[in-house]
Write a protein that binds this ligand. Structure first.
Ligand SMILES: *[C@@H]1O[C@H](CO)[C@@H](O)[C@H](O)[C@H]1NC(C)=O
Ligand SMILES: *[C@@H]1O[C@H](CO)[C@@H](O)[C@H](O)[C@H]1NC(C)=O
Ligand SMILES: *[C@@H]1O[C@H](CO)[C@@H](O)[C@H](O)[C@H]1NC(C)=O
Ligand SMILES: *[C@@H]1O[C@H](CO)[C@@H](O)[C@H](O)[C@H]1NC(C)=O
Ligand SMILES: *[C@@H]1O[C@H](CO)[C@@H](O)[C@H](O)[C@H]1NC(C)=O
Length: 303
């Protein structure tokens, strides 16, 4: 096990991307989404450290549904143009053209390589359905303008327990010392009511271990959400599904404020020494479930 960690760190230290931050690569730390899974099916992610160039990598592994990213370094500013989907290694028309097939209500997991940071919230967003080009019946996410795309949040997790923000246990801590063996998965449910279509999915880890210096790690993939195509007979819906109402939508950049005290936070300060609550920044989650009664919800597709 430690051999795997060491060899992965060796890759990081040798990576041309690790020199762009200040200080040693280990201290500034890095991470990227490596693979997606749906049930037992694995979908390969993009690998910025691959010795194959980005274009060659994408051509040799044409099934990659993840958007390329040029570096595993974090993003430091909420106004970065790369806050949506990280800085791309490839631009259209070389953006991946592939999609992970899913039904509404089905779970998607993300798998990461070694992860170092324990503190800060994690969120998952879906885009608006990608536009359908003329002469096609399917959306095309590969050529969207990411700064114009609208997003809604489908999942979040922050501080779970703990004496305070610095020493408490965040969901992010469960990623620490992860060795990328597929055991630890970041699993979220695609809303059961969501409309059919092709979507971008955006995984965001916000690390808060540096006082006043937030670090965003984001990665995007392409999803093809359809009823009844994957689990035929298993409750596929007849309705068209829906999208969230207006107050749930945000853009990146735009969703986070530059003066948000919970983003530019010093978790080690005296002021925060007894704080046991942390509200995850961004919009509220759109649950997207089927409302059955005040005591019962269905996460499965529309009945
Ligand atoms: C759509 O199909 C028509 C008829 O085949 C063709 O003339 C037109 O160029 C196509 N448009 C696009 C955008 O592909
Ligand atoms: C991701 O999948 C590739 C195969 O496509 C595999 O080589 C790699 O080890 C996987 N990474 C993790 C962290 O599971
Ligand atoms: C689906 O994901 C949710 C978390 O969003 C989890 O609570 C649930 O157990 C998962 N279901 C399956 C079948 O893995
Ligand atoms: C935190 O709690 C301790 C112990 O109760 C107390 O001495 C201290 O004043 C508190 N600090 C703040 C900022 O409230
Ligand atoms: C749910 O609760 C609200 C407010 O208490 C009530 O007005 C409504 O009738 C309830 N709906 C159902 C389906 O029980």
């Amino acid at each position: 096990m430690s051999g795997r960690i060491q060899s992965f760190l060796a890759v990081i230290l040798a990576s041309p991307f690790s020199g762009s931050g200040s200080g040693p690569a280990f201290a500034s730390a890095h991470g990227g989404l490596a693979n997606y899974t749906v049930g037992d099916v694995w979908y390969p992610g993009y690998d910025p450290n691959s010795p194959l160039g980005p274009l060659q990598l994408t051509q040799q592994q044409p099934g990659i549904p993840q958007r390329s990213y040029s570096s595993i370094d974090p993003i430091f500013s909420p106004t970065s143009p790369y806050l949506a989907c990280n800085s791309p290694a490839l631009s259209p028309p070389n953006t991946p053209q592939h999609y992970i097939p899913l039904t509404p209500g089905q779970n998607l997991s993300a798998i990461y390589y070694f992860w170092l940071h324990p503190v800060g919230p994690m969120s998952v967003y879906l885009s608006e359905p990608c536009p359908i080009p003329p002469n096609s019946t399917l959306g095309d996410c590969s050529s969207v303008n990411l700064e114009e795309v609208k997003w809604f949040k489908i999942w979040e997790s922050g501080l779970l327990t703990g004496p305070n923000l610095a020493e408490g246990t965040w969901y992010q801590k469960s990623f620490q010392n992860w060795v990328g063996d597929g055991e630890n998965r970041w699993t979220v449910r695609i809303p059961g009511r969501v409309r059919e279509g092709r979507y971008l999915v955006r995984h965001e880890i916000l690390s808060l271990h540096v006082a006043g210096g937030p670090q965003w790690y984001v990665g995007c993939g392409h999803l093809d959400v359809r009823r009844g195509t994957i689990r035929e007979g298993e409750g596929e819906g007849e309705g068209e599904g829906e999208l969230p109402p207006g107050e749930y939508w945000v853009k990146f950049p735009g969703a986070y404020r530059e003066d948000d005290p919970d983003i530019f936070i010093d978790i080690y300060s005296e002021e925060n020494a007894n704080r046991t609550e942390y509200v995850v920044p961004g919009p509220r989650i759109w649950p997207g479930y089927v409302f059955l009664s005040n005591f019962s919800y269905s996460f499965l597709p529309l009945p």
